[in-house]
Design a binder for this molecule. Structure first.
Ligand SMILES: NC(=O)c1ccc[n+]([C@@H]2O[C@H](COP(=O)([O-])OP(=O)(O)OC[C@H]3O[C@@H](n4cnc5c(N)ncnc54)[C@H](OP(=O)(O)O)[C@@H]3O)[C@@H](O)[C@H]2O)c1
Length: 263
């Protein structure tokens, strides 16, 4: 029997990277998983990977910033399975511009809408069902840039992840009396397609030293499988060998990547 047998989970951003590894790992451990992301094709690959591991995943193509769609997904999951035990707010994005002077309003909104507002929508929709059950686990994938602002990660990204860290604390402050616990998992550099969004993606040898998506999935599983009276509130996890991120930023500046303002 798996560690999560009989549980129902929703994982956002499950089409690639960490989200796919998280969804497949929870499914492999016996949870029924609703996998959310915009790309239906890539979600189908996540479903196939779970099937190979004898796990069950249902794909829900959606933009997490679309409130009506989020409502419909949670209603459908509860209609089909009767509950939501685990929510993993993992969907996240970043933009080309990283510095304050050049980040456009559209870029700012895209990052905040995806990384923060999407998590707010899903959390609000699952709360009544978790309260009714008297338990629930919410895992928010934040970042090292959510603990201290990071120039290479960018101003919008750092702000979104700090806010997601704060949302995690608010959930614990308000909802633990209902048996609901929230955890922020703050990964360092992890080898996923997210790194390709950087103006200067790290070289292959550096990516090989980074964390793997499975490292993060293992952390999510560990948090979600704790007995109901245990609340793990923060996991900070990074590669043992760290890159010099400030040097990355200096390279962006030297390459002229801070001078392409698009309003
Ligand atoms: N990689 C790192 O070094 C690192 C470090 C710390 C934290 N993180 C965080 O880890 C999380 C997962 O990222 P990753 O590294 O695994 O990168 P990734 O492979 O690029 O995954 C991002 C996921 O989010 C989904 N997504 C993006 N915008 C979305 C939207 N508007 N609605 C629904 N889904 C959306 C993407 O799917 P679609 O494009 O199909 O929608 C994809 O499944 C993110 O929150 C990221 O900020 C990453």
């Amino acid at each position: 029997m798996g560690q999560l047998s009989g549980k129902v989970a929703i994982v956002t951003g499950a089409s690639t990277g960490m989200g796919r590894a998280i969804a497949v790992t929870l499914a492999r451990e016996g949870a029924w998983v609703a996998a959310v992301a915009r790309s239906a094709d890539k979600l189908a690959e996540t479903v196939a990977a779970a099937r190979e591991a004898s796990g069950e995943i249902a794909p829900y193509p959606a933009d997490v910033a679309d409130h009506e769609r989020v409502r419909a997904i949670v209603a459908d999951v509860v209609g089909q399975r009767g509950r939501v035990d685990i929510l993993v707010n993992n969907a996240g994005t970043n933009t080309f511009h990283r510095n304050l002077a050049d980040t456009s309003l559209a870029e700012w909104r895209q990052v905040l809408d995806t990384n923060l507002t999407g998590a707010y929508f899903f959390t609000r929709e699952v709360l009544p069902h978790m309260r009714a059950a008297g338990r629930g686990t919410i895992v928010n994938i934040t970042s090292g840039a959510g603990l201290r602002p990071s120039a290479p990660a960018g101003v919008a990204y750092s702000a979104s992840k700090h806010a997601l860290q704060s949302l995690t604390g608010s959930i614990n402050a308000e909802e633990r009396r209902h048996g609901i616990r929230a955890c922020a998992i703050a990964p360092g550099e992890t080898d996923t397609p997210n790194l390709d969004l950087r103006p200067l993606p790290p070289p292959r040898e550096d990516r090989e030293r980074a964390l793997s998506p499975q490292d993060i999935a293992n952390a999510v599983l560990w948090v979600a499988a704790q007995p109901p009276h245990v609340a793990v509130e923060l996991v900070v996890i990074g590669p043992t060998r760290q890159r010099n991120y400030q040097a990355d930023y200096e390279r962006y500046v030297a390459a002229g990547h801070t001078a392409k303002r698009q309003d």
